[in-house]
Design a protein around this ligand. Structure first.
Ligand code: 3YP
Ligand code: ZN
Length: 372
């Protein structure tokens, strides 16, 4: 069965300028200039593979509209929006935490990134496509209401969720975040909102270093609607697929959202400079297949993927293509050229110390079934 999958990309996303850094630090007398890990490469090259594979011809292109101020202000403070706007006049501004540089005009590109996630969501909710992938940049899952951080200027997914609630009558939404870093922004924006379930699978103590523990479960009436799975460094396909089967899918079935949003970062991949996991394209494909299936079961297939991190310019394209193939049910015949090396490693077996973390989160998913 094939599906009508919408796809967002805009050349301007590649023009978002993160400065001449050496990975994550500014250059200096003893730090040779390089580029920021968050560069256009991995994302532009994913788009290139979508074109060269021919998949682009079989997806429905969605033109991103810029987010409006009204859209952004449903999530962020006026102070934060003003901060990004004024930093955007500088040759190199920062979103707020010192880790998130961006060049002149970054405000407009960030509005187009949030808008890309909105446009993808609107296309799904209006029924013009079955599901959609927004290949946007800059990313969004670290952005707090009043602060940009971790390369994120605006909270792309929450901004799109609030459009869905304000204008499309959507009430309950689940966010699944498989980026290797903790989705702190999404979690904090919705920690006291019982109608948004936020699930984050991430490497423990990576970034931010002080959030993302399993003990963070939501606040007040929303207790139980935050689920963190802080996996130990070194986790591979076994740990990710077990987390999916034992935590993510049961939680989605219990919560029965009307819309599923996915924070789709590929920095848990086998060769990412910022992550310490070993996930491969075949596991990203299996994760996407299962998420699409459960969305069909609980919400008529309404699922939107919004791109986050992923810093291997050579491998991210194959991970992203695998997800797009799973979403559309279309096989391009392009094979993962790294499979011979990455797929058969013993690193993928579920280890007892990974199992323990999943078992703890499994309790939270089961409890969700009792409270909602
Ligand atoms: C931002 C600065 C150091 C780590 C980094 C994380 C960015 C990311 O991919 N978040 O999902
Ligand atoms: Zn990340």
């Amino acid at each position: 069965m094939t599906r009508n999958t919408g796809y967002v990309w805009h050349e301007r996303y590649a023009w978002h300028d993160t400065g001449t850094f050496a990975g994550i630090v500014p250059p200096g007398p003893t730090v040779q200039p390089f580029h920021n890990f968050e560069s256009p490469e991995s994302k532009a090259r994913l788009n290139s593979l979508v074109e060269v594979s021919g998949l682009i011809e079989r997806l429905t292109p969605i033109r991103p509209r810029p987010a409006t101020e009204e859209d952004v202000l449903r999530v962020h403070t006026a102070r934060h929006v003003e901060h990004i706007r004024s930093q955007s006049l500088l040759p190199l501004g920062d979103a707020g935490d010192g880790w998130s540089p961006f060049g002149r005009g970054g405000y407009e590109i960030a509005m187009l990134a949030a808008g890309g996630t909105i446009s993808a969501t609107e296309a799904v909710l209006s029924g013009s496509v079955d599901n959609a992938y927004a290949l946007v940049r800059p990313p969004g899952h670290h952005a707090e209401r009043d602060l940009g951080m971790g390369y994120c200027l605006f909270a792309n997914i929450p901004i799109a969720i609030e459009v869905a609630r304000a204008r499309y009558g959507v009430e309950r939404v689940a966010v699944v975040d498989y980026d290797v870093h903790h989705g702190n922004g999404t979690q904090h924006i919705y920690e006291d909102d019982p109608d948004v379930l936020a699930i984050s699978l991430h490497q423990e103590f990576l970034f931010p270093q002080n959030t993302g523990s399993a003990a963070e479960m939501g606040v007040g009436r929303a207790e139980g609607t935050t689920i963190n799975v802080p996996l130990p460094a070194g986790s591979g396909n076994g740990a990710y697929l077990a987390s999916l089967q034992r935590v993510v899918l049961p939680a989605l079935r219990a919560f029965r959202p009307q819309l599923v949003m996915v924070a789709s970062g590929f920095d848990a991949s086998a060769v990412d400079p910022l992550g310490g996991m070993t996930v491969t394209a075949s596991a990203y494909r299996a994760i996407a297949e299962n998420l699409v299936d459960v969305a069909e079961e609980v919400c008529d297939g309404r699922i939107v993927f919004s791109h986050e991190g992923g810093y291997s310019p050579v491998y991210v394209p194959y991970c992203g293509l695998a997800v797009l193939e799973a979403m559309s049910g279309i096989e391009t015949g392009v094979l993962d050229p790294y499979a011979f090396s990455f797929e058969n490693s013993p690193a993928h077996q579920l280890k007892p110390w990974q199992d323990d973390v999943i078992a703890e989160a499994e309790v939270l998913a089961r409890r969700l079934g009792l409270v909602v």
